[in-house]
Design a protein around this ligand. Structure first.
Ligand code: ASP
Length: 584
């Protein structure tokens, strides 16, 4: 490059008027006005208008005529104030323009697959295939820069609190977090495989045994999960571990960290401490263990409808230990019969039998009304706290199923009726999770991971009634998204062995898989605990985006494919041979 850039496009203003500058960047648009040619030039800082006048330089002007969108140029000339009628108040450089004297074309470009502008109507596959063009869009530049600001402020904050960032290996052994492992074959050890870490869980615990006391790492984690909405095979965590602490220390640390990050990186002020909700209460009140508390519509209990009146279905469900719960939609009486029927069908997708509705206008309208005395219907309205014009939705079934279906309905209706306030950030802790859950076969599995400590007072139930044992785990929820979770860990070998046993991992298997951890726990492991925050999700919410793919520079598709590089891809026969692998 012969011309040396000395200014960024987006930084020029009135102050630079009269100065000679050299800028460089990409041609956004070229407008040929017969004599004068106008070019909008963009670089990382923004846009500036270049003017080519044949009277200044014929040669330069003729080069300008050949410019196309996406070409890369350097341009030198004097900064002028624009005539008042052509001032553009929408851009920061709108008062000035550069009258170009010299130009250098640094590279040409084929016609772009799409213009790198914010508002585009382009399929996501095309955006991902040409990600470098997509990333030129101002909104993507903003998102990726916000991501950097978040990691920078996290590091700043944790550094001030005495944490150090320590790297842990990617080629390692399985670290169970409830997903499938990505395996990497070992060439030097035929038939053996590394697993990419699902999290640095065991290494961070071992760093506590090693005496570091305050560790963090902004780190990739790999989980070969089935393709549920908005997951990525590799995601980034802010991973943290501390020694000689309890839950309160973690809460205080993370509340402080998020406050700091939200303020500095996002320009948002949030209040601390965050409310805490037990897992059971979250399910009962919101039908979710990651409730969106930006709006009300809490679940209420109407099980009295199984005791009063003469509706057999309700009576039987309640008699068999089920319940009747419902939500109340303010001004929901505008729903048509067709919409109500659609909602009934929609709800059955969540594994419950039916949805009953009550419309409260001048009179109460509901398929339930014929089974109940008017006084019971009035009680229903009263318990719900409904006003004229509102609607109620009730579900009767097994309790957990009722709560979960209503939880989904709550979100669905809130979105449909625009009840979720924008630019509002509701953070909360979910605590008192059960330690285990049972699968269909009756096998216990950990609700978080097998290294989570049970609550001291629940230890006696480990043998007798393990499902009753509560864990020392916590999740953190932001606007209905789980953005992190962690726990106080088991730091004694015997207890860890006992938990492995309950999970059906026998002594030999435990030794084989986690021998190194058990050894470490028997060589002076301090009490410790930690948390991991999902960076992608956190940035997504701060950026006001709906998908984490909008804040990940090079994401994969729902099929775990990178459309830019076309990974994964077949490999040569020789490579497989070297790895001692034969394809079936
Ligand atoms: N390792 C856990 C996870 O990745 C977080 C933790 O317990 O700190 O979800």
């Amino acid at each position: 490059m012969r011309m040396k850039r000395d200014h960024f496009c987006g930084t020029l203003s009135k102050k630079n008027a009269g100065k000679e500058v050299v800028v460089a960047g990409w041609v956004k648009t070229r407008r040929d006005h017969g004599g004068l040619i106008f070019v909008d030039l963009i670089d990382k800082s923004g846009v500036v208008q270049l003017v080519f006048d044949p009277a200044t330089s014929k040669e330069t002007h003729s080069v300008a005529r050949s410019l196309r969108e996406g070409w890369v140029i350097a341009a030198g000339g004097k900064v002028f104030l624009r005539p008042s009628e052509s001032v553009n108040p929408k851009i920061s450089t709108g008062e000035v323009e550069i009258r170009v004297e010299k130009i250098e074309v640094l590279n040409t470009s084929l016609p772009l697959p799409f213009s790198p502008e914010d508002k585009i109507d382009v399929a996501e596959e095309v955006r991902l295939r040409y990600r470098y063009i997509d990333l030129r869009r101002p909104v993507m530049q903003k998102n990726i820069r916000l991501r950097y600001e978040v990691t920078k402020t996290v590091r700043e904050f944790l550094d001030k609190k005495g944490f150090i960032e320590v790297e842990t290996p990617f080629l390692t052994k399985s670290t169970p977090e409830g997903a499938r492992d990505y395996l990497v074959p070992s060439r030097l050890n035929p038939g053996e495989f590394y697993a990419l870490p699902q999290s640095p869980q065991l290494f961070k615990q071992i760093l506590m045994v090693a005496g570091f006391e305050r560790y963090f790492q902004i780190v990739k984690c790999f989980r070969d999960e089935d393709l549920r909405a908005d997951r990525q095979p590799e995601h980034t965590q802010i991973d943290i571990e501390l020694s000689f602490i309890d839950e309160e220390d973690i809460f205080e640390l993370i509340e402080g960290m998020l406050k700091y990050v939200f303020e500095r990186a996002g320009g948002v002020s949030i209040s601390t401490p965050f409310p805490r909700l037990s897992y059971t209460e979250a399910i009962e009140r919101y039908g979710s263990d990651k409730p969106d508390t930006r709006f009300g519509m809490e679940l209420k209990d109407f099980s009295f409808l199984g005791e009063e009146g003469k509706f057999k279905t309700f009576q039987e469900i309640v008699k068999n230990g089920g319940c009747i719960k419902g939500i109340h939609l303010a001004e929901g009486s505008c729903l048509s019969r067709k919409e109500l029927d659609e909602l009934r069908v929609w709800t059955t997708n969540y594994g419950v039998r039916d949805l009953a509705w009550v419309i409260f206008k001048e009179k109460i309208k509901s398929p339930l009304a014929k089974f109940y005395a008017p006084s019971t219907m009035d009680k229903l309205i009263k318990v719900a706290g409904a006003k004229k014009g509102d609607a109620l939705f009730l579900i009767a079934d097994e309790k957990e199923r009722v709560c979960k279906a209503l939880g989904q309905l709550r979100i669905y209706l809130a979105r449909k009726f625009n009840l979720i306030p924008r630019n509002s950030y509701r953070l909360l802790w979910i605590v008192d999770f059960p330690l285990f859950e049972k699968d269909e076969t009756g096998k216990l599995s950990p609700v978080h991971h097998p290294f989570t400590s049970p609550r001291e007072e629940d230890l006696p139930f480990l043998e007798t009634d393990p499902e009753k044992v509560r864990s020392r785990a916590y999740d953190i929820v932001l606007n209905g998204e789980e953005i992190g979770g962690g726990s106080i860990r088991v730091h004694k070998k015997d207890l860890q062995e006992k938990i492995f046993g309950l999970l059906g991992i026998n002594k030999t298997e435990a030794r084989e898989k986690f021998g190194f951890l058990l050894d470490a726990l028997s060589l002076g492991a301090p009490p410790h605990g930690g948390i991991a925050m999902g960076l992608d999700r956190l940035v997504m919410i701060l950026a006001g985006e709906k998908s984490i793919r909008e804040v990940i520079p090079f994401p994969k598709t729902q099929k775990a494919v990178c459309l830019l590089t076309q990974a994964p891809a077949p490999v040569k026969e020789e490579q497989l041979k070297e790895l001692h692998i034969k394809l079936r």
